[in-house]
Write a protein that binds this ligand. Sequence first.
Ligand code: CO
Length: 288
Amino acid sequence: MNTINQTILHQSRGVERIIEGVATSDGAGVKLTRVLTGKLQHRLDPFLMLDAFGSDNPNDYIAGFPDHPHRGFETVTYMLSGRMRHRDSAGHEGLLENGGVQWMTAGRGVIHSEIPEQKDGVMEGFQLWLNLPARRKMAEPWYRDIASREIPEYVTAKNVTVRVIAGTSNGVTGAVTREDTEPMYLDIHLPAGASFSTALPSTHNAFIYVYRGTVKVGDTLVESHRMGILSNTPEADGVALTAAEDARLILIAGRPLNEPIVQYGPFVMNTQEEIHQAMDDFRNGHLA
Ligand code: CO
């Protein structure tokens, strides 16, 4: 683990809006909060969805997500706590557990299942959907399980621990990089009173989601279980935040694709015709 000195910013982004998310269920009845909903897909391009799940009641998660298709984007599942078995039609299988990440590029299509491998205890984490550019929507499916110990981490002089799932923060490059959308995905743990900053390209859309404690960005408090959309301020070269109490959050940023987004459930393409094609391919067994 490296101890690093943080970049000094000229100006931090602020919080444009706080989002509470919508309680819903998906799969075979998994309870979750949809934090990034369809309405925010353009504002937060290239991100299409963020679900937060967290429960110690097995009834909320035990049925999991049986076989279902995806086409046209990537799914990134970060498991804070719990064990989930993944299988897909491209022949991949893996166990996602405590602190690990599963990164799946659906591309032209996969059918997969995500089923809990625990009968009790806490299951907590996030699933993020990251769009693919038009020219890569029909790419070959790709998949990687990244165990917790393989995720690069650094600790700042202020004792802030940062796990770099994707992108580069304060000189530390994460487990995954993507050239089209340049996603940054950090899990940041701050002791009460500590400050943290990281550079962000001003062209990128960015947000935080606080899952423990409360943080302050400029004058804005972002409480637990809230998303803060970070303003796109051309002069700002990053974001700085302070923990009002012990806090944990994810920080996600990416370069917008600025392409049309047409979604029908688990298919995200650029045109209605491509959606019809995806549905036909799924029905005719050509998707897998
Ligand atoms: Co899925």
